[in-house]
Design a protein around this ligand. Sequence first.
Ligand code: HMG
Ligand code: MG
Length: 294
Amino acid sequence: MRNLDNLSNFIQLVEVSPRDGLQNEKSLVPIATKVDLINCLSAAGFRHIEVGSFVSPKRVPHMADTEAVFAAIDKKPGVTYSCLVPNEQGMQRAIGCGVKTVAVFISASEGFSKANLNCTIAESLRRIDPVMTLAKQHAIAVRGYVSCVLGCPFDGAVAPAQVSAVAGELAAMGCYEISLGDTIGVGYPEQVKSMLAVVTEKIAVQKLAIHCHDTFGRAVDNILAAMELGVGVIDASVAGIGGCPYAKSATGNVATEKVLAMLAAKGLAHGVDVAKAAAAGQFIASALGRVVNP
Ligand code: HMG
Ligand code: MG
């Protein structure tokens, strides 16, 4: 078992607030606000920012403007600006606006797959096939998400072997990184470790990221547990905004500010300007009429 002494002392943050943070808001957020948020995040030093998603606008109206947002943001050299795509139609939209990194997403549980993607896990994997073919043709990098790795709002417990099986499929299809999502924030640190022990039998830990929602306040402890097993990529969202419209119990993502505080306490580098990240959090929280309380 690895501990923090063995960890590479640089942790990469993937800032998901413009997508996961805003997809579930009650009212639509103006394009200009999204663009300002993303530009604040790149100015704060985030090297991977999830800009939006090319999903059905009927299912997730908040992301219907992703083309316009992507076109309007500053594209800083060295920053990855990624977008979620669920199928070939989404991939064609991504190609149409020059996106260079996309993320595909599947569930480790059948219940959430049906609710989120309106299909079985097997069918969701089939839909990713043409996405990967187009990705190769257009030199687009593909990240993969697996949702419900520690529990499903419909099916309950999810076996680590099932997480490993679907994550392994994504890796075999060519995803450069697999982000393991505790979509509803139900996991505990020991569970994170048991799940990762099984997943890393199939996928090198260097290819894994952790994506925790903070429903019960355990996200930072769960992230630390993943880091202790060597995971060096953390998804987070400034001001802790976020949630999934198809998992009612998915509250906010872990707040980036909390993760940065934990990394500082451990003496780990991350390349982000903490004050500017906090300012980005303040900006979006006030745009949404919230108080930041990370
Ligand atoms: P479907 O419901 O199975 O239906 O869609 P379809 O494929 O037959 O298409 C139905 C309609 O959607 C058609 O339009 C299509 O053209 C359109 P109509 O003929 O009715 O006018 N359509 C699209 N339009 C634009 N872009 C597209 C697209 N695809 C179809 N790409 C689909 C399947 C997956 C598209 C749909 O169910 C959907 O969009 N679901 C939303 C999924 C979503 O965005 N969930 C939230 C993000 S995932 C998440 O938050 C978890 C994560 O954070 C990790 C974690 O926390 O665990 C990543
Ligand atoms: Mg999420």
